[in-house]
Design a protein around this ligand. Sequence first.
Ligand SMILES: [Zn+2]
Length: 248
Amino acid sequence: MSSRYLVRFDDLCPTMNWDVWSRVERAMLSRMVRPILAVVPDNRDPHLDVQPARADFWEQVRHWQRRGWTIALHGYQHRYVNQNSGIIGRNAYSEFAGLTEAEQDRKIAAGLKIFESQGVRADAWVAPAHSFDQTTLRVLARHGIKNVSDGYALRPHKDAAGCVWTPQQIGRFIDMPAGLWTVCMHFNSWKESDLLAFETSLKRFEDRIIPFPDAVREGETRKASWADSAFATSFRAVRRMRSVMPCA
Ligand SMILES: [Zn+2]
């Protein structure tokens, strides 16, 4: 089987970069791409204050969801409170990992309450900074969220607790021989060159881009294999190596 791709955009909130977003949205519509959109329920992170807040933000989110795009709960306030990198280990800061179950439950319940009051369903979990732990997963399951977009596997799979993991490994489109690759992008800081690169990539990869529900369906019936764990180990090693290399 050749490689397939999922498109994910993080950090959607009322003060996001609407100018860039309008071009991103248009490009995805013209190629019939159905992305994962990670929405911050109650943003308090000044880094995501890029343009004046738009009053119709939640109307837009409902519109995207009706269109069949996946809406993920992206934490609660996008505010990092410690140096815990959680089970993924990518960034040493977190809104969730290391906190008590009661504290994590309070945040997730508050985020979901906002979604609910706005008529939006949480289709998946996307942790701010990829940082969360087993407690987060337990709390999410209790609130009915069993789809996670994260981790370094080759393909989606279901764990022993019934959680379906759709891996997220890369930040731009790269030609891969096999596997399912989620490309996670942060459009808030994009320049013209990033937009052009994205439009070019969509044109090149459009036949291999699948929507999130297809990945979940595949994960529902599949346990992680030795190939997934071998892949995760080497992928982490390469990431670590690149982070210490000056030209990486
Ligand atoms: Zn984020």
